[in-house]
Design a protein around this ligand. Structure first.
Ligand code: GDP
Ligand code: MG
Length: 690
């Protein structure tokens, strides 16, 4: 690896429904590439990527660690993404920094609900993808049906590059259509050794038919291929590959491969496809950020000679020194150099730069555009920060996370534990920005909020297990919001004498319902000279803060446009304090007059149940105000899709288990906020506002 080049980097993520085989496949990647010397199996609780105790127990991957390994000429940075949608933030953050993804599907299930969700997230981030139909050895494995489900459920134009030889217990190898070859693996070497041979007679016809379809699809993307195809010419693999690559980068097609990671069949073929068809950082358009504090767009090119810029996407505080996982977008930097953290405005020294491998971190002298590394020794940095060359500032958009929908109160067991609890929570928060914490102003209790029951459960588990903090935890509660139902305008006035000075402020606010806005959007229509210019951003910020702090029912306002119509202050000290106080009064007056509604989180819901229990499950969902949109019969079960208010779904997992003897499963993810129905609105009372 004398000369690294950006063209050989692959920043890769794996997206998959939980249990599709992401961890098992990752283990093979690391084993075959020589990174790990032992093949840890998920069921042994030894998988390299799943390193937290709670993850081992649950067998799910929660943190997105990044690991570097080498395959052929490529340096692959594998960014782990979770399969469970309760950790949607982890998926979002990894999609931000990866350049291409491998989507793994279970050959017996095809497209499953969560893979659908993540697939559409990947669409939003314009991520090129290749697909692997895994578990071809499983009873019920069906390659063609799985490929069809990619087309019908995801609307993806598929491009199978392989077909399986056999299925389920007869699955013995993978036929490569481009080369017309059969690849079989040697069980004794755990698949590390494989043999390439001719396609057996019984599969020749299927291979030719599938290859013909492949070339026909590619003809749509290349005139040269189209001509040769129509002329009936046989086209060599070497001529097809560049066309496949281009169409994949443009997301016109999604190449599909197959195999069985558990039986060590086909995994190397997947790695080859990663190198052949997924983008290097140099294949991507320049990244857009803006000049800090302004709207002006700044572009950075994926080249070492552009100014340095990087995005910090993950903090891991679990290790002896905190690791700041960072994607370098442009330029180059050396160990010991100073870079600017745009958010804090402070310079930070790059004390240590590590390339993280499966079993250790390897210190690096320099980093360059396209790299993903862990920085050590940063002082005041957090997830979502941009680091850049001090003379060439640029700021990348922070990661947008959905609002938390569920919360619990937490109380340390003893007063000695109070401080430790605070420290641990602060640490967990730095790692996971979707986990929030505040003090309830009425009860003084510490409230934790997150993306779902499971999300909070995992965090609380870590707190006890990893950090040994004991605490009383309350029942999970729904995080409500509220909005206004009509436009309202109100004036607030503030006056106070302080010594020989009079503070005086007057603000008129207009609130307008704006359902598409998340939180509160603020604008102002003041005339020049009404208020000192430099105070305006602070005034607007205070209006937004006040409104999001609580409306008529005490819940954060959302879907509201707040416009400062008029403002006046007397010259003197503390003008801002007078203005803010007046704005607060205006807000209170407005909220006291206006009609408001309480909003509750509505979850997207998917339940899978054996046919026998369908009636019972539907009956119970009905009592929980669920709306069923669709029930779909699949070979082994029925899939129910719909929506349900979060408030009704607490305890549903226990109920479902006992109703179906543990044979059904379900998933919830935040969808949006909707008004609570009239008959339930009585439980909420308005605060006294003046
Ligand atoms: P993840 O949740 O996507 O990380 O999936 P895992 O890698 O943890 O795999 C989930 C389960 O499926 C484990 O019990 C694996 O042993 C099993 N599994 C993974 N790959 C295969 C495969 O190719 N064939 C079969 N039959 N089982 C597999
Ligand atoms: Mg896993």
């Amino acid at each position: 690896m004398a000369q690294r080049s950006i063209e050989t980097i692959r920043n890769l993520g794996i997206i998959a429904h939980i249990d599709a085989g992401k961890t098992t496949t990752t283990e093979r990647f690391l084993f075959y590439s020589g990174e790990s010397h032992k093949l840890g199996e998920v069921h042994d609780g030894e998988a390299t990527m799943d390193f937290r105790p709670d993850e081992k127990e649950r067998g799910i991957t929660i943190s997105s660690a990044a690991i570097t390994f080498y395959w052929r000429e490529c340096e692959i940075n594998l960014i782990d993404t979770p399969g469970h949608v309760d950790f949607v933030a982890e998926v979002e953050r990894s999609l931000r920094v990866l350049d291409g993804a491998l989507a793994i599907f279970d050959a017996g299930e095809g497209v499953e609900p969560q893979s659908e969700t993540v697939w559409h997230q990947a669409d939003r981030y314009a991520v090129p993808r290749i697909c692997m139909i895994n578990k071809m050895d499983k009873v019920g494995a069906d390659f063609e049906a799985s490929v069809r489900s990619l087309e019908t459920r995801l609307g993806a134009r598929t491009l199978p590059l392989q077909i399986p030889l056999g299925a389920a217990e007869t699955f013995t190898g993978v036929i490569d259509l481009l080369q017309r070859e059969l690849v079989t693996h040697d069980a004794d070497s755990r698949g590390a050794k494989f043999e390439v041979g001719p396609v057996p007679d019984e599969a020749r016809e299927a291979c030719e038919a599938a290859r013909d379809r492949l070339v026909e699809t590619l003809a749509d993307f290349s005139d040269a291929i189209a001509e040769r195809y129509l002329a009936g010419e046989d086209i060599a693999a070497a001529d097809l590959r560049p066309v496949i690559r281009q169409a994949t980068l443009e997301r016109q097609v999604f190449p599909v491969l197959c195999g069985s990671s558990l039986r060590n069949i086909g995994v190397q073929g997947v790695l080859n496809a990663v190198c052949d068809y997924l983008p290097s950082p140099a294949d991507l358009p320049p990244v857009e950020g803006h000049l800090p504090g302004s709207e002006e767009i700044r572009r950075r090119y994926p080249r070492a000679d552009d100014p340095f810029s990087a995005f910090l996407f993950k903090v891991n505080t679990k290790t002896s020194a905190d690791l700041y996982y960072t994607r370098i977008y442009s330029g180059r930097a050396k160990t010991g150099e100073m870079v600017l953290n745009v958010r804090t405005g402070k310079k930070e020294r790059l004390r240590r730069i590590l390339r993280v491998h499966a079993e250790r971190g390897i210190p690096q002298e320099t980093v360059e555009a396209g790299d993903i590394v862990a920085l050590v020794g940063l002082k005041d940095c957090a997830t979502g920060d941009t680091l850049c060359h001090p003379d060439h500032p640029v700021e990348y958009e922070p990661i947008r996370f959905p609002d938390p929908v569920v919360s619990v109160a937490i109380e340390p067991r003893t007063s000695q534990e109070r401080e430790r609890l605070g420290n641990v929570l602060a640490r967990l928060r730095r790692e996971d920005p979707t986990f929030r914490q505040h003090i309830d102003p009425d009860t003084g209790q510490t409230i934790l909020s997150g993306m779902g029951e499971l999300h909070l459960e995992v965090l609380l588990n870590r707190m006890e297990r990893e950090f040994k903090v004991q605490a009383h935890v309350g029942k999970p509660r729904v995080s409500y919001r509220e909005t206004i139902l009509e436009e309202v305008e109100a004036m607030g006035e503030f006056q106070r004498s302080l010594g020989n000075q009079t503070l005086h402020g007057q603000v008129t606010l207009r609130l307008t319902p704006e359902p598409a806005t998340r939180g509160v959007r603020t604008t102002q229509g003041l005339r020049e000279g009404d208020v000192p210019r430099e105070l305006l951003p602070k005034l607007l910020e205070s209006v937004r803060g006040g409104a999001e702090g609580g409306g008529a029912y005490g819940f954060p306002l959302t879907g509201v446009h707040a416009h400062v119509v008029k403002a006046r202050v007397l010259e003197g000290k503390d003008i801002l304090a007078a203005l803010n106080a007046a704005a607060n009064k205006a807000l209170s007056h407005a909220l006291a007059q206006v009609r408001s509604a309480v909003l509750e989180p509505i979850m997207r819901m998917e339940v899978r149940t054996p046919e026998d229990y369908l009636g019972t499950v539907l009956k119970h969902l009905n009592t929980r105000r669920a709306l069923i949109h669709e029930t779909q019969s699949l070979p082994s079960h029925v899939l129910i899709r719909g929506t349900a208010p979060l408030s009704e779904m607490f305890g549903f997992s226990t109920e479902l288990r006992s109703l179906t003897q543990g044979r059904a499963s379900f998933n919830l993810e935040p969808l949006d906020y909707q008004p609570v129905p009239d008959n339930l609105a009585d439980q909420f009372t308005k605060r006294r506002l003046e």
